[in-house]
Structures are given as C-alpha cells and as structure tokens.
Design a protein around this ligand. Structure first.
Ligand SMILES: Cc1cc2nc3c(=O)[nH]c(=O)nc-3n(C[C@H](O)[C@H](O)[C@H](O)COP(=O)(O)O)c2cc1C
Length: 359
C-alpha cells in the first residue's frame, strides 16, 4: 500500500480501510476481528445489542485479535410519544408478515433509547475507537471517552454537521455521502436531507474541519479508495462491500440479493425503521410506500420495533422481500469472498489505481 495517512498512524492500522459498523446483524465479531487482523479497523454496530450481547461480542473480538477495533452506537435520540394512530401501520405489517408466519405485529408499550444502557459497556469494551451517527454526543460522554483515551468519530452528511461535530470534540469525522447503504446519518431523522454525494461532500468537509475525514458511501473497491484519498480523506469506511463476506451476518437470501442487484435498484426508505435508510427496493418497501399503501411508516424507533418480528421471520424463511436489505449505490460491485481476501484485494487495487492515474 503506497499510502500512509496520519489517521492510519493514529488508529494503529496498516490500510486506510474501516469496515463500517452495521447494526442489526450486518457485522459479526468474526468479521470485525478478521478486518482488524488484515490491517484495517473493524467496527461493531452495537445499538440494537443488549448490554450482555455487547459484552460478549467485544470479548469475542478481543479473543480473536489484539489489534484495534471500534464500537458504534446511535447518538442519543429523544423517543417520540407512542403513536396513538398506529392501527393502520400495525395492520399493514401484520398482513405483510403473514407470508412468513410472523406473529401479529404489535407496538411495544414503551421504548427507551439504547444509548444510556449500552454506552457504559462500550466504554469498557476494550475498543480503542468509538464511532456514532445521528447527531452529537452529550458532553459528558465525550469527556468519558477522552478520559479513557478512546478515539472518537462522528458522522456528518453536510459540512455544517461536520463543523458541529468538530466543535463537540470528535477526533475525526466520517463524511457519509448520499450513495451510502443503511441509515442516513442526518442529525434529525424527521427533517430534510441534503443528499450530498460522496464526491462532492468529502472535499467540502475536508475544507470545513481540521480533524481527519473518513469518506463513506458507495466505495466498493480500490478505485473508490484511491478517489477518496485524492479528495483529501485519510481513510474510507465501507459497509456494503463487507456484507457479502463469509464472516458477515446477513442471511444467505440477503447476500444473494446484494450479488444480484444493480445500482438502480436501491432507494432511501422509511418503511422498515421510520428513519431514512438506503436499501435494495423490495416488496415491503412497495407495500408501505407504493401508490396503494394503506399506511405510511410510524416514526423511529416505533416502526423499527413494529417490523422486527417480521424481519426475523423473513430471515428464517429466506424471504428477501420482507427484509431491510440495506445497501449502497455501489452494490453492483459486490463480491462473494472472505474478509481477508477482500482486504488484500482492496490494498492491491488501491495501489494499482493510484499508479494508474498516470500523471
Ligand atoms: C447494513 C448496514 C448497517 C449499517 N449500520 C450502521 C450503524 O449501525 N452505525 C453507523 O454509524 N452506520 C451504519 N451504516 C452506515 C455505514 O456506516 C456507512 O456509512 C455505509 O455503509 C457506507 O456506504 P456503503 O454501504 O456504500 O459502503 C450501516 C450500513 C449498512 C450497509
């Protein structure tokens, strides 16, 4: 690898590659450890884990590697009141879930934001990096991370959000372009989204902040990594590219959908969680958001809770039509391989791309 950025030195990694945290079963401790062993930074998306599962996942990572890894949470979110007009949404999810024998959809009585319960576990997880999305961290959380020497990375989808993150004390900013798979990192899930693409976003974030910038969204191979580095990023954070690795968590039908999809087949949807996220268009998205939709999605995190049993049943049944198939616009470049092989190929491709610019 011809590149060595200050951020790589700071993180203790050999390649400028961060495997994106992918909460909800995209990443696994095996994937995180394999990426770390291959010289990148593996990240565990821990938002939906119980504290016990987060403790177990980090200890599995630590048992497999001594190299650095990251734990990621969603920034604390105010949970909106339980919707009292949710009957149509509940009925729509129940009807869809019947195809995979899911239990009738039900809204929980209460919902708590998972940050408070999981943050203390993340602090003690042995991770040397803490990353987050959906906003800013409270000041006491930033101070607690700094007191332990944990490196902090926040997600920005605009230069203005990157500046706010820098002011809040983060050590690096992940600039997430509109191509990205999974949830949009916008600070307010109910407000508008500037949808700035990675190519336009990264250099403008690099100019707006003095901390290192990590490029994210639509990067699938060494050509994308070389381009991101040329734009001023000091590393990339890649999600979709890792989902088809043997160590990744998605069920086989999701992996196959990734391998079959083209770049015109993803869309940003609120159908599964109530917050905008990019995934491969499927039957459930069309049912909730199509012209014949009987009910739109409830706000996050209520819609997420409502659809979870259906998604679990769909994974068991191998029905990709009812799964949240998070994927970025680079999905057509997906490869079925192992994490170690993907990392080796990414390193070689980046080197070839840098040389191939030919100037
Ligand atoms: C399945 C999936 C789950 C994701 N979950 C998270 C998450 O829990 N936390 C987070 O900060 N980003 C999450 N992301 C977004 C990634 O951090 C990253 O921005 C995105 O994957 C980059 O786009 P790409 O998928 O085109 O590489 C997720 C992405 C995917 C594909």
């Amino acid at each position: 690898m011809p590149v060595r950025t200050p951020l790589m030195t700071r993180l203790g990694i050999d390649l400028p590659i961060i495997q994106a945290p992918m909460a909800g079963g995209g990443d696994t401790p095996e994937l995180v450890a394999a990426v770390a062993e291959a010289g990148g930074l593996g990240s565990a998306g821990a938002t939906y884990l119980t504290p016990e599962a987060l403790r177990a996942a980090s200890s599995t990572v630590r048992s497999r590697t001594n190299r650095p890894f990251a734990v990621n949470l969603f920034a604390p979110q105010a949970v909106p009141p339980r919707p009292d007009d949710g009957a149509a949404a509940v009925a729509a999810v129940t009807e869809a879930g019947a195809a995979v024998d899911a239990p009738p959809a039900e809204l929980p009585e209460t919902m708590a934001d998972p940050f408070e319960r999981n943050f203390p576990i993340a602090l003690d997880s042995g991770a040397s990096v803490f990353s987050f999305t959906f906003g800013l961290l409270p000041d006491d959380a930033v101070q607690a991370l700094k007191a332990r020497g944990i490196f902090i990375m926040g997600t920005a989808t605009s230069p203005a959000d990157a500046v706010a993150l820098e002011r809040s004390g983060v050590d690096a900013v992940v600039a997430q372009g509109a191509e990205a798979g999974g949830h949009r990192g916008i600070f307010d899930g109910a407000s508008g989204d500037p949808l700035i693409g990675t190519m336009a976003l990264v250099p403008q974030v690099v100019d707006a902040v003095s901390v290192p910038v990590v490029a994210s969204g639509g990067i699938m191979d060494g050509r994308g990594i070389a381009a991101a580095l040329a734009l001023g990023a000091q590393a990339v954070q890649m999600g979709t590219a890792f989902l088809t690795c043997a160590e990744a968590g998605p069920p086989e039908c999701y992996k196959q959908a990734l391998l079959d999809a083209g770049p015109d087949q993803t869309r940003i949807t609120r159908a599964f969680s109530g917050r905008p996220a990019r995934g491969i268009v499927n039957r459930f998205m069309d049912r909730i958001e199509g012209p014949d939709a009987a009910a739109g999605p409830l706000p996050f995190p209520w819609q997420n809770a409502l659809t979870r049993p259906m998604r679990t049943a769909a994974a068991r049944a191998g029905d990709a039509g009812l799964l949240s198939l998070w994927a970025g616009q680079g999905v057509g470049l997906s490869r079925r391989t192992t994490a170690a092989d993907l990392m080796a190929r990414l390193a070689a491709e980046t080197e070839a791309a840098v040389r191939g610019i030919g100037i």
